[in-house]
Write a protein that binds this ligand. Structure first.
Ligand SMILES: [Zn+2]
Length: 527
């Protein structure tokens, strides 16, 4: 405890009515010093980063890579001396298992050019190496479908560019740090931030019409028996890594590839100028039944006889898309959370509450792992009754905004947690991490806790190569800033330690009989 704070607090106690007096946070600067030393001098961030990206590879939900990742994480947690380490089932997974075993595509006429590409997850294989002329299926309205009937069997199909997949030169920097001005702005926000940025009008009717037409085109391609579909991979001229809305047991969708916009653009322009384009493509994917979504969990047990069954939870999602190695999204978060717990473990402290780390599966398909955890331990999904651990839950910290340094915390509108974070983050002001924003953020695993009334927080982070790295083939080790991750682990370790030591659990939002607030959170694009 710092004497300055105590003094102010005493004055408040004397002169203020009781209801204005908040608990004085006990900030253990000696422990913060030790955490910093361990986190800086003995950091395992680099080892963890190469392990979860290069050694394990991509970790698409339900793929064999996700099994590899879970086993790697379990082994690391055991090496670090965490207890009750386990890979536990969270939920079923309706899309089934899927591995990409081979992808090759090249233009062979009018001249040879090969290019990088990425299959759409949960789409099918080609019948070996498919060769032939590329057909541009340019459908602007339903009436255009007619002219393609009877012409597409066994063909390589190029889907045309759209307004959102046409290249525009960017004059923005690839990566940026939040400026003092921007942080000040964040701290002043009083309403939930809107999800869309200025200059992006959103026409839902047009979007639905577009989707309907796209479904009709897919139906046509399916009934005609097209060999393979090629998409423009879109902005940032990097093949997007995404998935089809496939349900386990359905017929395998037609093989589908996302190709770089330069390669796509070149072929589309040639075809539109009546120059025949030929390609060869081979894709081999494997489907397998009944995978589950798993979480990897480990902990340092609490030691206080009254508080040891209460839990401070740290988490991030271990699943990724399949194109890169899921480095920024979200190996970075997993690495930070594992390192934070390792730091605390290595300092041999005896936390009063249990500090647990959970690496979630299936986040990208709808927060499956964290939702499964909540349903297993905290709230019955059917009756909504609280389970025994609900009252023993203190707080959840989530990291899923890429590799950027922590700059503060989003309160998720939990006013009561504001003073706690103010005190706990104050020692990290010199590292640039002390902004407290009242706003809601969405899009990732802290929501699974927030939506059942438990304190779940996501950090404010610098946006590092967000668009280029997220859900693309370029989300690899190169996207990581190890120095930032080291700092994030130190700050997480300190928050977790203090949350585990304070007298009270983290403040919760009071239960109120009001409709749940909807609308988009202020989330950055895609997590
Ligand atoms: Zn993510």
């Amino acid at each position: 405890m710092k004497t300055g704070k105590l003094y102010v607090s005493l004055i408040l106690m004397v002169f203020m009515p009781l209801w204005l007096h908040s608990q004085t946070e006990n900030v253990d600067l000696t422990m913060i010093y030790k955490i910093k030393q361990e986190g800086n001098q003995n950091s395992k961030i680099e080892e963890l980063a190469t392990g979860l990206t290069d050694f394990v590879g991509p970790r698409l939900t339900g793929s064999s890579g996700s099994t590899r990742g879970n086993e790697w994480a379990k082994k690391k947690m055991e090496e670090f001396g965490f207890q009750n380490v386990r890979i536990e089932e969270a939920t079923d997974f309706n899309r089934g298992g899927w591995d990409n075993l081979k992808t090759y595509a090249a233009m062979t006429g009018p001249y040879y050019a090969n290019f990088a590409c990425n299959p759409v997850a949960w789409t099918g294989s080609t019948a070996g190496l498919v060769k032939g002329e590329v057909i541009l299926v340019d459908v602007r309205s339903e009436s255009d479908l007619e002219k393609y009937k009877g012409t597409l069997s066994g063909k390589i199909i190029l889907m045309p560019s759209t307004s959102s997949t046409s290249y525009e030169i960017s004059f923005q920097p690839l990566a940026s740090r939040l400026t003092d001005e921007q942080l000040l702005q964040l701290s002043k926000e009083s309403a939930p931030a809107g999800g869309r940025r200025p200059g992006q009008p959103f026409d839902i009717a047009a979007m639905l019409a577009q989707r309907l037409l796209r479904n009709k085109i897919t139906e046509l391609l399916k009934s005609e028996g097209a060999a393979v579909i090629l998409n423009n991979a879109g902005t940032y001229n990097i093949p997007r890594s995404n998935g089809a809305g496939y349900n386990s047991g359905d017929k395998e969708p037609i093989a589908e590839l996302n190709i770089p916009m330069e390669a796509h653009g070149r072929m589309e322009r040639l075809i539109r100028q009546k120059v025949p384009v030929e390609m060869e493509v081979e894709i081999l994917n494997k489907f397998f039944p009944n995978p589950k979504v798993y979480n990897v969990v480990g902990e340092i047990p609490g030691t206080d006889k009254n508080l040891k069954n209460e839990v401070v939870l740290l988490g991030a999602h271990i699943d990724s898309w399949h194109g890169g190695t899921g480095a920024a999204d979200d190996a970075s978060g997993c690495i930070v959370m594992m390192e934070a717990l390792r730091i605390i473990k290595n300092l041999n402290v005896a936390p009063r509450r249990t500090i647990r780390v959970a690496l979630w599966g299936g986040e990208e398909q709808g927060l499956n792992g964290s939702r499964g955890y909540v349903e297993k331990y905290l709230v019955d999904p059917k009756t909504k009754d609280h389970k025994a651990d609900y009252d023993k839950f203190s707080v959840y910290f989530n990291m899923d905004n890429g590799s950027g340094r922590y700059r503060g915390i989003n309160l998720q509108q939990n006013d009561m947690a504001g003073p706690v974070f103010e005190a706990l983050l104050e020692p990290f002001a010199p590292l640039g991490c002390s902004t407290i924003a009242i706003r809601n953020t969405g899009g990732t695993d802290h929501l699974s806790f927030d939506r059942v009334g438990l304190p779940g927080f996501q950090f404010i982070q610098d946006e590092i190569e967000y668009g280029r790295g997220y859900h693309t083939v370029m989300d690899t080790y190169e996207r990581l800033i190890l120095a930032d991750l080291r700092i994030n682990a130190i700050i997480t370790a300190s928050l977790a330690y203090h949350a585990a030591m304070r007298n009270e659990k983290f403040p919760r939002k009071p239960v109120m009989n009001m409709p749940v607030q909807g609308g988009p959170g202020g989330r950055p694009p895609m997590q």
